[in-house]
Structures are given as structure tokens and as C-alpha cells.
Design a protein around this ligand. Structure first.
Ligand SMILES: Nc1ncnc2c1ncn2[C@@H]1O[C@H](COP(=O)(O)OP(=O)(O)O)[C@@H](O)[C@H]1O
Ligand SMILES: [Mg+2]
Length: 481
């Protein structure tokens, strides 16, 4: 005789938009969503319900970008199910339900391992971080069963399969449903804290925030600096001005030692890149840096190198240890500087690496790095130099910006006909703005930058060398008349 046990199941509460995004009759569900909007949790519930309707021996798959993330989802489901109703297997990351259906938690890292089985329903979590091959593999496992799938994730640029598939779903392709959950939905539902989102908005580069919390893909393919902003910071060549500070990224296994120096105006004025044995590297760094303040990568083997640099009076060398968190802060500082055009660099390797640079978002924060096979030593050196510049000259960026603004204002204020004529006519305008605070900041900016009034061209705002035209108060480049 067979005993049949009936189990009462009540679906955990899901907020309306979360429920509607995930629970529907279409076979393919594409959900682009804010981080922490409840997409993982909602889909865990969905997959469980699919499996509860399954037969003995049928398979249900949860696919995450890494084993670790698959394991987190496994624990979340396991933690919600009473032990007498399921059999979890820690080693294989499976949960067998009372009806004999099995939920598998898998990593998409090796797509080859995803072929072969008949799967009755699947979830692909963090789809924008999963290779397209993994999606192809999962789809073949669903073919024989005609099983449904939910594909969920943050948006990440526009050049990935998740983005492309979401656009097809959004266009209303038969069998597909598209949904978007943004931070505001989760806040309204009480699942996400508004203050946390506000903190994120302040701390993250804008493009990053838009992707993570508003589900708006950037045009930059996940570049945290912004391609347009990078282009704005490019100057002609390395400026010949003296270094105000250095940043050094030291070669680890196969990459390069890179040194970047910035001048007082945040322009790259020296650039060094080599591969050499440590002793030569130490001597090279010391020779290039001289006694300018320098921030040096002290991660791993960098630590003894920094100690060696500091020995014998190298008090200008400071070590910087890269951790996920410290690198995040360092890169966010650089991103803000680039977006404000406070830092400038020449065409070439620095620009190329900045353009290739990517961010990835995980539970622990934003991870900034070069894509596989590319380098980021120039980006790191530049970011270290910028950090040092901000320390050596706090507010230098702001003052530089003020300088630009004021130079722009002066340019506008220069009346036409030419000032010496207007001077004769008694109409010469005061070159500094009237506000006392602004005047002070302006004067301070010029003092810090080592400028005196005669040395700024009132027409183009650039610095003027020995040959200049002046009326005693204002000066011009001869060619700017
Ligand atoms: N419907 C819900 N009710 C209560 N808490 C929820 C709900 N949906 C999500 N959460 C909680 O919100 C947090 C983020 O959910 P998660 O599914 O991990 O988000 P995402 O995968 O979108 O980043 C988790 O702590 C989760 O338990
Ligand atoms: Mg998630």
C-alpha cells in the first residue's frame, strides 16, 4: 500500500512587481533588475515551486556565475525548507524534495559541464556575468523537456548575450516576457533601504550606480570611468612640467612596472614602463622619483620593495596595499577625477588601459580590474599618483577647476575692442570676480600653482612664458591678441 503525504505550502510573501516579473506563463522570463531588488530570492521560490510540481528523478537547475554564488543560493533554499521534507547534499549542492525531484545548484564557469541532462526548469542568476556558452548549454538541457527558464541579473553594458536576449523579450517575442525591477520598486516594497541606495549613489561613479540600481545599461560596456570622460582628459603628449608626485605599480608575475608622475595641475608629466629584476627596478624607481612624494604598490612582493626604497632616507616613498576594498576606493577616486577632468594624460597606453578597464559587482562590492588577458598597471599607477596628488595638495583638483572657470570668465570679460584700447577709454574690467570668497580661492589657487597674475593669458586661459603682451594688469600670449 502506498501512503500519500499531503503537504501544505504557502508561498513566501513576494512584493507585487517581484511576483509579476517572475511568475508568469511564458517559457522565457528575462528580468533586468537592481541589485538587492529580490530577484535571487524570488527565483529561488519560483524554482522550488517548479520542482514541487515535478516527478521522481526530474532535475531543476540553478546556475550562478561561480560555485560560491551557487552555494549561497543552495544555502538560502536549504535554510527555508524543513528537514523532514527534503534531503540536501552538501557535496553536490543538491536538494532532493519529497516527491523525488532534485534541485541542483551549479556554477556556469565551465559550460562543458552543463550539457547532457534533461532539465525541467532552470534559473540563470547574475546572467550578465555568465558566459554565453553557459546559456547555450542550459538551453539544450531544456529542449527535450520544453522547460521554462528565468534569466535574471544586473545590466552590464550592452555587449553581452543577456542584454541582447532581454531586448528580444522586451520587443514582445512570442514565448518571452521581459520585466525590469529598479531600486525604487524594492524600496516601495520595504525590501531595500532608501538610505542604502542614497549612500550607493554618493559613493559610486554615476554610470555604475545607474547600472546597479536603476538597471540602465551604460554605453561604456561597464567602464567605470566613462569613455567620453576619458577622451576629454587626453592631452597632446607628456607635459614637460616637473613632477609633483609619482604613482608606481610594480610588476608581479607577467606584467610591467609602471610609473606615472603628475604635475601640479594634474597632468601626466612622466611615464615609465619596464620589466626588470627587482634590484634594477628598485634603482629605476629611486632614480626616476628623486625626492618627489610617491605612492608605491606594496602588495605581496611589493612590500619588501617599498621597504628597500624607504631605507636610506627614502621617506618620500609610501606603500599602498591593494585589497578589493582599497582598490575600489582608489579607482573610484580616479573615476571622479576623470569625470571632472582634474587629471590629464597623453594618448597611448594609459588611455587604452583606461578604456578597457571594467568593473564587476559582487556581494562584497565593486571589483575593478582589466578584462582577462589585458593589463591594468598603467591605470593602477595613475590612480596611485592621483591619490598621492590629492594628499600632497588637498583640493588641488578643485583649485584647478576654479582656475579653469575663472580663466573662462576672464576670457568672457575681456571686452572687445582690445583691452588696452578699452583701458584708454577707461572701461577696463576687473579681471577677478567680485565675491570675496571666490577671490580668496582664486588667489590661493594661483599661489599653490606658483602663478602670478601676469602669467595667465586672459584670452585663452593658458600659462604664459617669457614672451607676452601685457597692459600692466592683464597679459596675453602674443598669438592670442
Ligand atoms: N519578498 C521579500 N520579502 C522579504 N525580503 C525579501 C524579499 N525579496 C528579497 N528580500 C530580501 O532582500 C535582500 C536582497 O534579495 P536578493 O534576492 O538577494 O536580491 P538580488 O538578487 O536582487 O540582489 C535579501 O536579504 C532578501 O532576503
Ligand atoms: Mg542576487
Amino acid at each position: 500500500m502506498r501512503t500519500v503525504e499531503t503537504i501544505d505550502y504557502e508561498r513566501p510573501w513576494l512584493y507585487q512587481r517581484q511576483r509579476e516579473a517572475i511568475f508568469h506563463a511564458e517559457r522565457y522570463g528575462l528580468i533586468e533588475a537592481s541589485t538587492k531588488s529580490g530577484k535571487t530570492w524570488g527565483c529561488i521560490v519560483w524554482l522550488l515551486e517548479q520542482a514541487m510540481g515535478g516527478r521522481r528523478g526530474t532535475a531543476y537547475w540553478w546556475i550562478a556565475p561561480s560555485y560560491q554564488q551557487a552555494e549561497i543560493a543552495f544555502r538560502r533554499l536549504k535554510g527555508k525548507l524543513p528537514r523532514r521534507l527534503c534531503q540536501p547534499n552538501e557535496a553536490r549542492l543538491t536538494i532532493a524534495l519529497g516527491n523525488g525531484a532534485v534541485v541542483w545548484f551549479k556554477s556556469g564557469e565551465r559550460p562543458d559541464g552543463l550539457y547532457g541532462e534533461d532539465v525541467h526548469a532552470a534559473v540563470i542568476d547574475e546572467a550578465s556575468r555568465l558566459r554565453e556558452e553557459a546559456w547555450h548549454a542550459v538551453r539544450t538541457t531544456l529542449t527535450a523537456t520544453q522547460g521554462p527558464v528565468r534569466i535574471i541579473g544586473n545590466v552590464k553594458g550592452r555587449r553581452n548575450w543577456f542584454y541582447a536576449l532581454a531586448r528580444r523579450a522586451e520587443a514582445g517575442e512570442p514565448g518571452m516576457r521581459y520585466a525590469k525591477l529598479i531600486a525604487a520598486d524594492a524600496i516601495a516594497a520595504g525590501v531595500l533601504d532608501a538610505a542604502e541606495v542614497e549612500d550607493a549613489r554618493r559613493a559610486l561613479p554615476e554610470a555604475v550606480f545607474r547600472e546597479l540600481y536603476l538597471a540602465e545599461p551604460s554605453d561604456d560596456g561597464g567602464n567605470p570611468f566613462g569613455l567620453a570622460a576619458i577622451a576629454e582628459c587626453v592631452t597632446d603628449g607628456v607635459s614637460g612640467t616637473p613632477p609633483a608626485c609619482w604613482g608606481w605599480d610594480l610588476a608581479k608575475s607577467q606584467d610591467w612596472t609602471v610609473g606615472v608622475a603628475l604635475d601640479l595641475e594634474g597632468r601626466v608629466c612622466r611615464f615609465e614602463r619596464w620589466q626588470a629584476p627587482w634590484q634594477e627596478t628598485i634603482e629605476g624607481v629611486r632614480a626616476a622619483t628623486g625626492d618627489a612624494p610617491a605612492l608605491v604598490d606594496a602588495t605581496g612582493v611589493g612590500d619588501p620593495v617599498v621597504e628597500a626604497l624607504q631605507r636610506g632616507g627614502g621617506g618620500n616613498f609610501e606603500g599602498f596595499k591593494f585589497t578589493a576594498q582599497s582598490k575600489q576606493q582608489l579607482m573610484e577616486g580616479l573615476a571622479v577625477a576623470i569625470q571632472r577632468q582634474e587629471v590629464r594624460f597623453p594618448e597611448g597606453m594609459i588611455r587604452v588601459e583606461l578604456e578597457q578597464f571594467e568593473y564587476e559587482y559582487s556581494r562584497t562590492g565593486v571589483r575593478y580590474a582589466a578584462p582577462e588577458g589585458a593589463h591594468d598597471d598603467c591605470v593602477c599607477a595613475l590612480a596611485l599618483a592621483w591619490r598621492k596628488a590629492a594628499e600632497v595638495q588637498p583640493g588641488a583638483g578643485v583649485l584647478g577647476w576654479m582656475m579653469q572657470q575663472l580663466a573662462g570668465q576672464q576670457k568672457q570679460q575681456v571686452p572687445d575692442p582690445l583691452p588696452w584700447r578699452t583701458a584708454r577709454l577707461g572701461r577696463r574690467d576687473d579681471p577677478v570676480p567680485a565675491s570675496g570668497v571666490e577671490t580668496d580661492i582664486y588667489a590661493e589657487a594661483r599661489r599653490k600653482l606658483g602663478l602670478n597674475p601676469e602669467h595667465v593669458c586672459v584670452r585663452c586661459g593658458g600659462r604664459i612664458g617669457a614672451s607676452r603682451v601685457t597692459d600692466g594688469v592683464q597679459s596675453w600670449h602674443p598669438e592670442c591678441r
